[in-house]
Design a protein around this ligand. Structure first.
Ligand SMILES: NC(=O)c1ccc[n+]([C@@H]2O[C@H](COP(=O)([O-])OP(=O)(O)OC[C@H]3O[C@@H](n4cnc5c(N)ncnc54)[C@H](O)[C@@H]3O)[C@@H](O)[C@H]2O)c1
Length: 278
């Protein structure tokens, strides 16, 4: 039985909580909700019909609670800051952890700290495929890859708030036609578009690393979905995958597919004896 806690009660956290509450994920109980915005956790609690959960907005209160002690799986669906602040501690406290804000793990030191604590604490760290596809294939061919390129195309509104625009003094409403606004390494893309390119991070971790994975960001006012194209080449051949993701309800930066991926990952965590895919 998985006893789940959710950190971050926005677009992803809400739908995962509802899926657990609705028994769409079997053998799983929801124990706690944590959000630095207490209203977010409270409003989500109001939508649950079967689960009895406790809400927290202070991490010390959370980790001293019975609900935390009872839980064995935590879903992070909050922010890169939350990963930096809480991930290591959660693993040290013996919790299995699913991280959605994978962009935080572009920091090699943080990733190796987390990996080092897995064996020590006998815990599991899972990075869901999220808003893309093909991570299984990228992992399989990682030793024979010559190049990996991610082309992310979004409506400028879905890129709003990215540090890139302020840094380069670009006004979003000045983009009136399809424009390539950025090209660089995964490491640099994540600094410039932290809320938008978690996919660059997971792709780099699975494949060629942060410095050798290339990212192109295209702003297109005519599209209303989030498009990710992955082009990888090597002696295995060529992989070319394009996803046209509908946006999540409540957060246009997040793809609906990322929510479904989070739900499926929680589901797989309670069925460790059967796995489909590499
Ligand atoms: N891996 C992927 O493919 C993928 C896809 C989409 C989104 N994401 C990432 O997943 C995360 C959640 O996405 P979302 O669309 O649900 O976001 P959201 O903005 O809808 O919700 C995030 C919630 O987390 C809370 N929060 C923020 N920082 C926190 C902290 N330090 N501690 C506790 N709570 C905190 C916010 O108050 C908010 O309620 C984001 O970091 C996003 O970039 C990853």
């Amino acid at each position: 039985m998985k006893r789940v806690g959710i950190i971050g009660c926005g677009a992803i956290g809400t739908q995962v909580a509802l899926a657990i509450d609705d028994a769409k994920i079997s053998d799983t109980i929801l124990e706690f909700l944590f959000d630095t915005n207490p209203d977010a956790a409270k409003s989500l609690t109001g939508k649950l019909t079967k689960s009895t959960v406790r809400c927290f907005s202070d991490f010390s209160d959370l980790i001293s609670s019975t609900q935390f002690k009872t839980s064995n799986l935590v879903l992070e669906s909050a922010s890169q800051a939350a990963v930096r602040l809480f991930a290591k501690r959660l693993l040290e406290l013996g919790k299995d952890l699913i991280v959605m804000s994978v962009g935080a793990l572009a920091d090699d030191q943080l990733l190796s700290d987390l990996l080092a604590s897995l064996d020590k604490n006998d815990t599991n760290l899972v990075l869901p495929t999220g808003a893309i596809a093909g991570i299984d294939a990228i992992r399989s061919v990682k030793e024979v890859l010559d190049s990996v390129l991610l082309i992310t195309t979004k409506n400028p509104k879905a890129l709003e708030g990215a540090p890139f625009f302020e840094k380069n003094r670009i006004r979003l409403n000045s983009i009136t036609q399809k424009t390539t606004i950025y090209q660089g390494t995964a490491a640099d893309a994540i600094l410039n578009f932290p809320s938008n390119v978690n996919v660059a991070s997971i792709l780099a971790i699975a494949g060629m690393g942060m410095e050798r994975t290339r990212v192109r960001i295209v702003a297109d006012p005519a599209i209303h979905y989030n498009q990710h194209q992955i082009i990888a080449e090597g002696i295995f051949g060529k992989l070319d995958i394009k996803l046209m993701n509908n946006q999540a309800e409540g957060n246009p930066k997040t793809s609906f597919l990322a929510i479904l991926s989070a739900i499926e990952t929680v589901r797989s965590s309670s069925r460790k004896n059967f796995r489909i895919g590499t």
